[in-house]
Design a protein around this ligand. Structure first.
Ligand code: ZN
Length: 467
């Protein structure tokens, strides 16, 4: 591996032999997957023996994409869990801590944190990430000499780790639904529409030399931060994935009702042609008609169950949404904890606690682990606009090898293997990870871990000395 990172690592041409693998047709044994020099699956054979030089896997799965992340928040883990002195602790008191935190970060630190978060995503079994990137300017809001400075830092972090990056430059223009001006930490996010479009064009240039699986989308932050006129302009002009936070907090519902005369999801579905290009993050507070209407659009609900639990957002109506055929994927969002299995577990457990029932998010006789995992695969691929989500010739080789025996779960096979991983496993089960054929995690450890973890520890040390 070169100093520049995993993306420059030569394709090793090796195939993978798995004792068992989850294919589009279901589970198969003795599966051999070949990867082409373009990072796509070249061939899948079942019932065959391993050949000399094959990478060996206990169980091979398609690796999901992480559809929502703000990498800089990874370095806040542990800094926001003390209860505030006077008011009810809430999303809004957390946000105040987050704004103070981000206001001290330098570009080098932002890159170091992003690289470490991307590394952890791969060690957790994510092959790709949609980075919802809203930290654009210097503290106080003055742009860097290069408008794309911090977009370039995200790209550099992706190159260092080899993760598949879909960058989502975020438009953030106002401090609330009522159009109030930006203040404090928000100044680092802010642009008028013209400058945002210039920043977006610069981000496209920054990504030019990254691997072919790199993507670019557009993200109006939310109805809090982007007015109706700008949102309409972006929805019309933007190509590729289109992501937006919506209906995360009850206060946001109240403010949107006051200004627009409608709830956020209701207003959005009435005023925009929401379709499969859209990924709507959180969707926590929806009425029953909104839930059914969103499911019918083909859009992806971007669920971030661990973060939503940490922030006390509320419980997504998963049972009715899935019943209506709704699509979803999972995101690590605040990155307080990065783990594929824990996101899916938290999603299912939130439904069980609300309904006082056991398996909720599965059809009759169906495995919850399998159902949740496969739906998250499909939703994540769609949300990133990425040719992935299954082990099949022509798709990117986004693959994760797991061995639940490493989590004390020996002897499981078929759907029970996924149920064991999702409900009783952890990142320890992840042995290998390929992002579009780049073999970034081997024997449970990212190949660039030492250097990236050292830079991260130095950055966190410096930041904690300043806040
Ligand atoms: Zn978010």
């Amino acid at each position: 591996m070169t100093a520049e990172g995993v993306c420059d690592e030569a394709w090793d041409g090796a195939a993978i032999h798995a004792a068992t693998a989850l294919l589009p047709s279901g589970w198969a044994n003795d599966v051999r997957v070949s990867i082409g020099p373009d990072g796509r699956v070249a061939d899948v054979a079942t019932g065959v023996a391993a050949q000399p030089g094959d990478h060996r896997a206990a169980a091979l799965l398609p690796a999901p994409s992480n559809l929502h992340s703000h990498t800089f928040q990874r370095a806040m883990a542990g800094l926001s869990e003390a209860r505030g002195p006077s008011e009810r602790d809430s999303f809004w008191t957390w946000r105040a801590i987050m704004y103070r935190f981000l206001d001290v970060l330098t570009p080098d630190e932002i890159e170091a944190i992003a690289a470490f978060a991307f590394l952890e995503m791969q060690e957790a079994g994510f092959s790709a990430v949609a980075e919802f990137h809203y930290l654009h300017h210097q503290p106080g809001g003055t742009p860097y000499a290069d408008l794309g400075e911090l977009s370039a830092r995200m790209a550099a972090a992706a190159v260092q780790t080899g993760i598949g990056l879909t960058l989502l430059p975020v438009h953030y223009a106002q401090g609330g639904v009522d159009g109030r001006p930006l203040a404090g930490g928000q100044l680092r996010f802010g642009n008028g529409l013209d400058r945002f479009l210039a920043l977006h064009a610069r981000a496209r240039e920054v990504l030019r030399d990254l691997p072919a699986d790199t993507g670019l989308g557009t993200a109006p932050h939310s109805l809090r931060a982007v007015g109706a006129v700008d949102l309409a302009a972006l929805a019309q002009a933007a190509e590729g994935p289109f992501h937006m936070h919506i209906a995360e907090q009850e206060k946001e519902i109240e403010e949107t009702l006051a200004v627009f005369g409608a709830r956020p999801m209701e207003w959005l579905l009435d005023n925009h042609d929401v379709d499969q290009r859209w990924c709507l993050i959180h969707c926590t507070h929806m009425t029953a008609p909104e839930t059914r209407a969103l499911a019918a659009t083909g859009a992806v609900a971007g669920l971030c169950p661990v973060t939503e639990a940490n922030l006390g957002d509320g419980i997504f109506n998963g049972a009715d949404y899935l019943e209506a055929g709704g699509r979803f994927g999972i995101g690590s969002d605040s990155n307080i904890r990065i783990a594929v299995a824990e996101e899916l577990r938290q999603l299912e457990y939130s439904q069980r606690l609300r309904d006082r029932a056991r398996v909720v998010l599965a059809g009759l006789g169906q495995s919850a682990g399998r159902n949740l995992y496969e739906r998250a695969l499909a939703g994540g691929a769609r949300a990133l606009g990425r040719d992935s989500g299954a082990i099949a010739p022509g798709l990117f080789a986004d693959l994760v090898a797991i061995d639940p025996a490493r989590d004390g779960l020996p002897g499981l096979s078929g759907d029970r293997l996924l149920d064991g991983f999702v409900f009783a496993g952890s990142n320890r089960s992840v042995t290998d990870l390929w992002s579009a054929g780049r073999h970034a995690v081997r024997a449970g450890r990212h190949v660039a871990r030492d250097a990236i973890a050292d830079r991260y520890a130095a950055a966190v040390g410096a930041i904690l000395g300043r806040i």
